[in-house]
Write a protein that binds this ligand. Structure first.
Ligand code: TXA
Ligand code: MG
Length: 346
């Protein structure tokens, strides 16, 4: 059931569900999450079951502020504190050493924990209402079935989990792709997942170089024809990886990345035979086919991120077998979008 997240009665209703060890569909500025009390093992187990996600795969714990972060993190290095000060509330997750007595199931048994303070007003309202009930962290992965495209509207979440789930409606997500993840548990900041924050912004905020543990752009593009381990960058950094080989952020149609020239050439060769194909590109393409579906990708990286998952869902219709996406520009602002489309192509 979708209820209005801006209504205080809805927030109270959702907080009661969380306090009763239930699940709630939660809007954040990045993507919608599937939330439960991070300190309640039985509640967290419901997330893994609902998503079909392996239980050793750690979840992000959402907190109302950096003070609540200390309830879960045993230690906050100076550079991590600077990152919190600069980007919280916002689309940044920090991996920190975990207090051993708390949120073990949410952390997938790791001795670290992923923490994020979201900026969405509905998420913050729920976190505060939960804190008033003695619950100081909400474990919430993206609210999609394991391996599928992340949801950016309440309707997407309902499509994934049905009408029994209580979903707070917070409108369409403004960021559109998942948070940037920086591992702060190894003495130096290490980028685990790119998002909309640029390397320059992160380095400026923490006064340290960011070690990129993610694959190089060339490597990402090379791998786009292969299958990647779900959600983890790079594969060897995967903490207790599930070992399941499954593409991530994947639509049902087959997604392929091509530069504008290759895309136009392919359309020219196919001519009127270009059927069951959708094209998502920044440049205008031409085709003799009358059935070709075309969507324009914004020139602005932030807008492209915001629209990416909703557009992939929209193009992923039963009669579409191929989605051809123009390769994003080689500009750090596009790293998050490049990462997600590469994974979707895997
Ligand atoms: O924007 C977001 O981060 C969204 C919204 C709902 O906040 N959440 C999200 O969660 O994307 P999820 O579960 O789909 O992705 C969480 C990622 C996974 O790749 C997981 O491996 C990593 O965070 N992660 C969480 N805790 C970790 C830990 N202790 N060590 C290493 N990686 C961790
Ligand atoms: Mg996810």
């Amino acid at each position: 059931m979708i209820i209005d997240g801006l209504n205080s009665a809805s927030i109270a209703q959702a907080a009661d569900v969380i306090a009763a060890a239930g699940l709630v569909g939660l809007p954040t500025e990045t993507v919608y999450g599937l939330a439960a009390d991070a300190a309640n093992e039985a509640a967290v187990a419901k997330i893994f079951t609902a998503k079909g996600r392996p239980s050793e795969h750690p979840l992000i714990v959402h907190v109302a502020n950096s003070l609540s972060a200390s309830r879960f993190a045993s230690e906050i290095p100076d550079f991590a504190q600077k990152l919190m000060d600069a980007f919280w509330p916002g689309p940044l997750t920090l991996i920190l050493p975990r207090r051993p007595e708390i949120a073990s199931a949410a952390a997938g048994g790791q001795n670290s924990v992923g923490l994020r303070c979201p900026s969405h007003p509905v998420a913050l309202a729920l976190l505060k209402a939960c804190a008033a009930r003695g619950i100081h962290g909400l474990a919430a992965p993206s609210a999609n079935q394991f391996g599928r495209v992340s949801p950016t509207t309440a309707a997407h979440v309902q499509g994934e989990f049905g009408d029994d789930l209580l979903i707070l409606n917070g409108g369409a997500c403004s960021v559109g792709i998942e948070s940037t993840i920086v591992d702060c548990s190894r003495g130096v900041p290490v980028l685990l997942r790119p998002g909309v924050l640029t390397t320059t912004q992160i380095e400026f905020a923490c006064g340290q170089n960011l070690t990129s543990n993610s694959l190089s752009k060339e490597e990402l593009l090379r791998q786009s024809t292969r299958r990647l381990e779900p959600d983890l960058i790079p594969l060897e950094a995967a903490p207790r990886a599930s070992g399941m080989l499954e593409s991530h952020y994947a639509p049902k149609a087959k997604l392929r990345l091509m530069d504008a020239k290759a895309l136009q050439t392919a359309l020219d060769i196919l001519g009127t035979d270009a059927k069951h194909i959708a094209v998502y590109s920044r440049q205008q393409m031409h085709s003799a086919s009358t059935t070709l579906i075309f969507r324009r990708m914004p020139e602005d990286a932030g807008l492209a991120a915001q629209q990416l998952f909703a557009t992939l869902r929209e193009l992923d219709q039963p009669d579409i077998k191929l989605i051809w996406v123009e390769t994003p520009p080689e500009d750090s602002a596009w790293d998050g979008v490049l990462d997600r489309v590469t994974r979707a192509a895997a």
